[in-house]
Design a protein around this ligand. Sequence first.
Ligand code: KOT
Length: 836
Amino acid sequence: VEATIPEPLREAWRKYSAKPFTQKSEIELEFVRHIETTLARSLFNCDELAAYSGIALAFRDRLIIEWNKTQQRQTFADQKRIYYLSLEFLMGRALDNAMLNVGLKDVAKEALGDLGFRIEDVISQEHDAALGNGGLGRLAACFLDSMATLNYPAWGYGLRYRYGIFKQEIVDGYQVEIPDYWLDFNPWEFPRHDITVNVQFYGTVNKQRDTQGRTTHIWQGGETVQAVAYDVPIPGYGTPTTNNLRLWSSKATSGEFNFQKFNAGDYESAVADEQRAETISAVLYPNDNLERGKELRLKQQYFWCAASLYDIVRRFKKTKRAWNEFPDQVAIQLNDTHPTLAIVELQRILVDIEVLEWDEAWHIVTHTFGYTNHTVLPEALEKWSVPMMQNLLPRHLQIIYDINLFFLQSVEKRFPTDRDILARVSIIEESHPKMVRMAYLAIIGSQKVNGVAELHSDLIKTTIFKDFVDICGPDKFTNVTNGITPRRWLHQANPRLSELIASKLGGYGFLKDLALLEELEDFINDKEFRKSWVEIKLMNKTRLAKHIKEATGYQVNPNALFDVQVKRIHEYKRQQLNIFGVIHRYLAIKAMDPKERAKPVPRVSIFGGKAAPGYWMAKTIIHLINKVASVINNDPDVGDLLKVIFVADYNVSKAEMICPASDISEHISTAGTEASGTSNMKFVLNGGLIIGTCDGANIEITREIGEQNIFLFGNLAEDVEELRHRHYYGDFKLDMHLAKVFDAIKGGMFGPPDDFAALLSSVESHSDYYLVSDDFLSYIETQELVDEAFRNQDEWTDKCITSVARMGFFSSDRVITEYAESIWNVEQLDMGKENE
Ligand code: KOT
């Protein structure tokens, strides 16, 4: 039955069709209506959480009106769409973003004021949507914001985890993990119980001949799990475009099998099946830059890829186009190798179900996908055991073997004399057990492969993917340097700075065209402007100091230099280098004549970040930071000169408070290990400076803002291999300043030395893989330069303003434009008059 209302009956629809609100009174009406009906509350029991729910529901309705129209517009325009496949979307809070993007925050503030609430208090009631670990997931969230803002027809596809990244508590200096059940009340998602896909696992493959005598493969048996779509509206800033993020949730299929079990009285086992199915989307794996090869993770990956591909193909088929037009309609971007099975799944759909010839299908596949690599760390490169894949996805493994066979044949033809190349580039690693190398499969199945900062993109071409550059040619490999959305990371996180900038630049145009910030340099000598600039930084630091007091009990002085390192805890990111530097500073203060202690610049060293629950060394680093904090913060000799703070449960909303409050932030990874980093950009955009290594995007930040405005130190990526080699062959002497730090730890200054023995020995006796000792002197000397520079507040302010003015390049709008033009070949939707 056609589900469309006939034309003569549509008048009533048009008359009553929902209109997006714009007036304060309309917001108030909707707010009260939701409180009194949807939430069944009243003015007598409306607390701040209820107020959040009411205003969120009002804005959700507002978004959904535009979301509906956007989908109609995009269907009508019938252009190529972008599909961004990511296992992580680290969205953070949605309400503030929704109000700002539709341009109604000021109006909502007044409306809430009329009804007895302060907008900041209401906003802070919202639970972060924390479906990600760190940079990779937050990048996906920034990209969604930019794609909507730039009117690209784009969909995100991910998993709707019941538990996002765990909550971190610090108990006796140790990290404790608490489950993050976040779905109690989530007004931002729309269950689509009518949009489901059955996904198959296990089973066997049988060959059959079809009527034309061709061999076809039938994948049968095993189990099926149902994917249910949950849609999250993604509003663009200053445009009606509201794109869709589709998250899949797993549940048992309501099929024959269950029905029989129920009827047979096997209630318990039917319920157990139900729970097993729901387990697939139950929890986000809490590892950043680490893959552990667990079967459930592989199940998640296939479940999500299969559901998403089915959805994408279904949408394409509605257009009744020929298959060879698929790559003109569909661009699929793989956020790291996690969705690589989508390549295999599309080939399976085309060959087994749509009965295309292998070569025709493979041509379509390889013109549809793009693959973004985010890391060179060996422990993060995904490999799946062949026996595991054979069991879980038997047909996919066959297809992978065929892809590999045809690929290796072509390589052999072109490089007949290179005897090792086939083993080196084979998708299958000949280990025990054999392993499927997902990155190689992703490269072979994609049209373009990109790294996320210049150094990183060069490194992948010369190291881990070198052979593939020789085989596929250099044009397949490209760079797209990461960026961040200025809406969340300037306007939302730092409204006062944004307002000050707008007052000078004559409006908020810079939020859509961040290069406009360069005009700020004209105001560098404007006294009033500078004064406001400094006041805003102090206010942001005061706000953070207040949080620190509430969360830790420690009082910090907002006039001290705030030195911040917040990111996942990882040896390669070198929080250990930072805390060893703090201990060095502490020892120096203690060794001073009390009269001299007035001289050093007062500092607050602020740390934050989660350790993967199974990563012991990272947990030890957290423990050391907390022990050092309790010794230093309680030492009367030190006073305000040095304070050490560990902010528990670092997440997106904490980042929004912390980034605007730094004077200097630390991005100090071993050169060549941090693919890009994105918090470096957030800190500079908020008027903080950086101490960092020549790594990731630090290099391009330096190029943009000028090397006089950044504190770089340490060995270069090109020297890392040689240094490691030297350590390995015994030529290693611990830096003398670091040796004193280690002596203090070993002497029990920060608790039982055994607690930290493994950490010290990773530097002293296990080859110092991350070159902590090699970079230590250069690090502490550079920290002294930071002190010097901070003493001259005027010059410091010059550096900050100049840096902000030159950060335009790091907008994720620029990033998306580059992807669209050089990888996806998609066009913005023409919004005509609507966007004016
Ligand atoms: C790898 C495996 C599992 C989970 C996460 C990863 C991961 C995360 N790999 N790279 N990243 C980070 O991605 C960011 C966005 O591109 C980069 O800025 C950052 O340097 C990577 O470490």
